[in-house]
Design a protein around this ligand. Structure first.
Ligand SMILES: Cc1cc2nc3c(=O)[nH]c(=O)nc-3n(C[C@H](O)[C@H](O)[C@H](O)COP(=O)(O)OP(=O)(O)OC[C@H]3O[C@@H](n4cnc5c(N)ncnc54)[C@H](O)[C@@H]3O)c2cc1C
Length: 481
């Protein structure tokens, strides 16, 4: 591997300003928003698919690994270079190439920031539905690679449901196209396969997305509870009543107090939990559902159910929810955010388990989650200057993941496996399952040069290889805006 020769060649091909190799520049790309860390040897900023092809071919020539990177808001270490190599970052490929209103499609480069697309098509009454809480920073390329979810995936589905076509540079340097503008493509669904592949089987250079019509009417409710149990029981009661809200989010007392202090969104500081419930659709149906949901909340001991009276109030409530992680950064030196899933009906049980874990390891845990999906984000708070706390935090995270698997759930709902969860894959899958996945991976990336040492367990057994490099949450707060 000759980094110096590759750097020289890439500067000649792409221009000096597109290649970073000074230590102070490389440092900026050591992190994503997870606890992982790793320094790249080079960072390259392509401006076109041709540039990406040139980077991949040069990397292959000098046998240098490549790691694609969007905005670096990932929470599983996906864009952190585990063994050095070239980080390819897409901040200069951030153009919306086409908006096709009649077909409700847009074609974008991977570096387009999620909310920029919705802002651009708002005048046409359209938006891009995947809405990770990081959407003001994260890129559509990163959303595709992680198959990101968000508060509104309960009704709208995750990113894969909104992608119809991809242009991809394979690890060989070959450019391929999967799907297109049509709703369905013939043969194997490679668009679906690529979405969520975490940068391991190719670099996405162009994305055709589905645009969704803005609903005629929206109602946003804040249900306030004295106990987490009552709020958790309401979640299943709402869906059992035959209502699928557009979003159904929950914050526990620890989290909502941190959020309220940071944003003044109107979450009562003395409550045990709040549910943020959004209903969308035709005006009459929304009004009817809002009444039914309010009644269900009250039957489950909601002490108050408020409705946002205008767009400003609605935006403030969502600001509270979407900056929840950043708000926790104000009350703890560091936190480890988990991303686990259980069947919706098991939410009260897993919350009791998490409370037990908090006591067992003497670590404060705040819960933020997409309750309607059963997707939890317990944030385990700790002080990274204390090695015993760091160890207890990792043990607590491991125990929560293991319990979710026992309950019929899984170890990641939306943040991906990356390098943070790869050791846990052996808890979830048999060796045969993993071998099948590995063979699929190898069909695209036989040399393992693209985003190496991610997703697949590096050793057999479940605890080995758990990442132990940690850092404080302030950086996350900055990224999340
Ligand atoms: C405060 C906060 C809130 C969050 N909330 C959510 C949430 O609600 N839902 C959710 O799903 N996630 C959430 N995340 C996680 C994160 O924002 C998402 O995973 C996001 O999609 C990552 O996008 P990114 O552009 O930052 O990608 P990065 O972090 O840079 O990269 C993520 C992965 O994508 C790969 N990648 C990036 N670009 C490409 C490309 N062009 N081709 C191939 N692979 C590529 C990288 O190699 C890496 O594996 C949150 C993160 C933060 C910090």
């Amino acid at each position: 591997m000759s980094i110096r020769a590759a750097s020289k060649e890439l500067k000649k091909l792409l221009g000096k300003e597109s290649v970073l190799d000074r230590p102070e520049d490389l440092m900026v790309y050591e992190y994503d928003a997870s606890l992982a860390k790793g320094t790249p040897d080079l960072v390259v900023l392509p401006q076109s698919t041709e540039h990406v092809v040139a980077i991949v071919k040069t990397a292959n020539k000098y046998k240098i690994p490549i790691v694609p990177r969007g905005a670096g808001t990932g929470l599983s270490g996906g864009s952190v270079p585990r063994q050095g190599g070239i980080v390819v970052t897409f901040s200069r490929m951030g153009r919306i190439l086409e908006v096709d209103v009649p077909n409700r499609r847009a074609v974008v480069q991977p570096g387009v920031v999620n909310t920029e697309l919705s802002a651009r098509v708002a005048k046409n009454g359209l938006y891009f539905a995947p809405d990770p809480s990081s959407q003001r920073a994260s890129t559509i390329g990163g959303n595709v690679a992680e198959n990101s979810g968000g508060p509104h995936t309960l009704a709208q589905g995750v990113t894969v449901n909104h992608i119809t076509g991809l242009e991809v540079v394979l690890p060989s340097g070959e450019v391929v196209e999967f799907g297109g503008k049509a709703a369905d493509s013939v043969g194997f669904d490679l668009t679906g396969f690529f979405t969520g592949s975490e940068g391991l089987i190719g670099i996405v250079t162009k994305i055709t997305v589905r645009l969704t019509r803005v609903a005629e009417s929206v109602a946003t409710l804040l249900a306030i509870y004295n106990t987490v149990d009552d709020a958790a029981n309401t979640v299943t009661a709402i869906t059992s009543a035959g209502i699928t809200p557009a979003a159904l989010e929950m914050l526990d007392g620890v989290t909502l107090r941190a959020v309220e202090d940071a944003t003044h969104a109107g979450f009562p500081r003395d409550s045990g939990a709040v549910l943020l419930i959004e209903l969308e659709g035709l005006r009459e149906a929304v009004e009817e559902q809002a009444e039914s949901v309010k009644a269900v909340c009250e039957r489950h001991q909601a002490r108050d159910v408020r409705r946002a009276k205008d767009d400003a109030e609605r935006a403030l409530l969502w600001k509270g929810r979407k900056t929840a992680f950043a708000s926790l950064g104000r009350i703890t030196p560091a936190y480890y955010s988990q991303d686990v899933v259980v069947p919706r009906t098991k939410i009260p049980e897993i919350l009791r388990f998490i409370e037990g874990i908090s006591k067992k390891y003497n670590q404060r845990i705040g819960n933020i989650f997409h309750a309607g999906d059963g997707n939890l984000h317990p944030a385990i708070m700790f002080d990274l200057r204390d090695p015993a706390q760091v160890e207890r935090t990792h043990q607590a995270g491991f125990d929560i993941c293991a319990q979710c698997i026992k309950m019929g759930g899984t170890i990641t709902g939306e943040h991906g496996v990356g390098m943070e969860k790869q050791a846990l894959m052996s808890l979830l899958f048999t060796e045969d399952d993993l071998d099948v996945m590995k063979r699929l991976h190898d069909a695209f990336n036989p040399e393992g040069t693209m985003n190496p040492q991610k997703v697949f367990p590096m050793t057999r057994g479940c605890r080995e290889g758990v990442v132990s490099t940690v850092r404080p949450p302030e950086v996350v707060a900055e990224v999340a805006g």
